[in-house]
Design a binder for this molecule. Structure first.
Ligand code: NI
Length: 169
């Protein structure tokens, strides 16, 4: 089932999400729906708050549904190590039509639980590292608008307000 994506400035996006404690069928259904929603939007990652669910759950698939092994589910994730800095453009499904350069660590190590509650660690670099950081920000109540320079943030906030007034947001 394709879920409705919540757009900025919905308050669910600015609130730290609740830890996942139940690894049940409801959770697995939500995960399946989050992947379906991401593919429908041609995205690579999604965090549960973006579908209005304030839980610490992230789904990532850099292949956009083409390679089943690329499906990553991160539950209660945290970044436990990072290295380097990269300044690159990124986007967010909660900010349609906005792409902006943001500084991220070049490499990160993530600790998370899988859909059965088992803890694991995983390293990522390049796009995967960026995706980990962007999506984990979401479960912490942080959106990429607030990772931009003050100038770019103001410009984009103005653009959003303009689109809202025009009924395009
Ligand atoms: Ni996002």
């Amino acid at each position: 089932m394709i879920l409705k994506i919540v757009k900025f400035p919905d308050p669910v996006l600015s609130r730290p999400a609740e830890p996942v404690t139940e690894f049940d069928d409801d959770l697995r259904r939500l995960i399946t729906n989050m992947f379906e929603t991401t593919y429908a939007e041609q995205g690579v990652g999604l965090a549960a708050p973006q579908v209005g669910v304030s839980k610490r759950l992230v789904t990532i698939d850099l292949s956009v549904g083409k390679v089943p092994e690329d499906r990553l589910v991160l539950i209660n994730p945290e970044i436990i190590w990072s290295e380097g800095r990269v300044y690159l453009e990124e986007g967010c499904l909660s900010f349609p039509d906005i792409r902006e350069k943001v500084v991220r660590a070049a490499k990160v190590r993530v600790r998370a639980q899988d859909e059965h509650g088992k803890w694991f660690e995983m390293d990522g670099e390049n796009l995967l590292a960026r995706c980990f950081q962007h999506e984990i920000d979401h479960v912490d109540g942080m959106v990429f608008l607030f990772r931009m320079s003050a100038l770019k943030r103001d410009l984009n906030q103005r653009k959003i307000r303009k689109m809202q007034r025009a009924g395009e947001w």
